[in-house]
Design a protein around this ligand. Structure first.
Ligand SMILES: Nc1ncnc2c1ncn2[C@@H]1O[C@H](COP(=O)(O)OP(=O)(O)OP(=O)(O)O)[C@@H](O)[C@H]1O
Length: 254
């Protein structure tokens, strides 16, 4: 039985006079993939930033498992189960692909960050990291330095690191942006796989309607920082609010 894991209550942030996220109240349940859509500048990334703790809110609350985390730091939220691919783009560019994934597994297991002392004694960490890299089809590149990877492979590595972290709430912000047509399906398949595994809560900011149609259990629409629609994909996609937003017309009554 799914339950609410993450909730925002009247979540709001103002930049000067501009309200980028405007009293958004929304609950996210375990086992549900929610696509967050809306026109450019609607507040999607800012809403993500508020949930993951990158920026403080002006008003409102964020709750995870019923606990108020509104003032918690990014790392505290991460430790409690909110994982965002974005946080992990702080990849270590001079380390190898494998070392990057190992670091996540080590930090999750609170085993410390020393890469070099643990080569043999923690073979299981390496094995788990390799398994994740196989999953994202980066195994053959495991010894490459991250800075030498293509953009698409760096994005795949982000996903690999998120999978290695295995948070309760996965947050993806346009995970296939900048990827080639060959690379994008790997990431989309991985998200579909995560979704098929029980109890995962996935939030996905995405512009591509075909991706949303394939993956989403639910769509929420932000417009001018406000929650403009929320429901099952078929209903929301057919709604005036989405049709108008994606036709580029002004929404008068939101
Ligand atoms: N740090 C900031 N300071 C001032 N304004 C900001 C800041 N961050 C975001 N904004 C503004 O808030 C609004 C929402 O931006 P946001 O990036 O969240 O939109 P978005 O829906 O993610 O757009 P896109 O689809 O183009 O990525 C925009 O008008 C943006 O210019």
């Amino acid at each position: 039985m799914s339950r609410v894991i993450l909730q925002t209550h009247d979540l709001t942030v103002r930049f000067g006079g501009h309200v980028a996220v405007d009293h958004v109240s929304c609950a996210f349940r375990t086992g549900e993939l929610t696509a967050i859509v809306g026109p450019n500048g609607a507040g999607k990334t800012t809403y993500f930033n508020l949930i993951s703790g990158q920026i403080p809110s002006s008003e409102g609350r964020v709750e995870l498992n019923g606990r108020d985390i509104t003032r918690a730091s990014v790392s505290d939220r991460c430790a409690r189960g909110i994982g965002r691919a974005f946080q992990l783009t702080n990849l270590f560019p001079d380390l190898s692909v494998l070392e990057n994934v190992r670091l996540v597994i080590q930090s999750k297991a609170k085993m410390g960050f020393s890469l070099f002392s643990m080569a043999d004694s923690h073979r299981d960490v390496t094995d788990r990291a390799k398994a994740v890299l196989e999953k994202v089809k980066l195994f053959d590149l495991r010894d490459q330095v991250v800075s030498a990877l293509s953009h698409g492979n760096q994005r795949k590595l982000e996903v690999a690191m998120l999978i290695a972290l295995d948070p309760a709430v996965y947050m993806f912000d346009e995970p296939t942006a900048g990827m080639s047509v060959d690379e994008a399906p790997v990431v989309l398949d991985l998200i579909a796989e995560l979704k098929a595994e029980k109890d995962r809560t996935i939030l996905l900011v995405e512009h591509k309607m075909d991706v949303i149609r394939t993956l989403a259990d639910r769509i929420i629409v932000l417009h001018n920082g406000m929650l403009a629609a929320d429901g099952d994909p078929v209903t929301v996609m057919a709604s005036d609010v989405v049709q108008e937003a994606y036709m580029g017309k002004e929404l008068e009554d939101v």
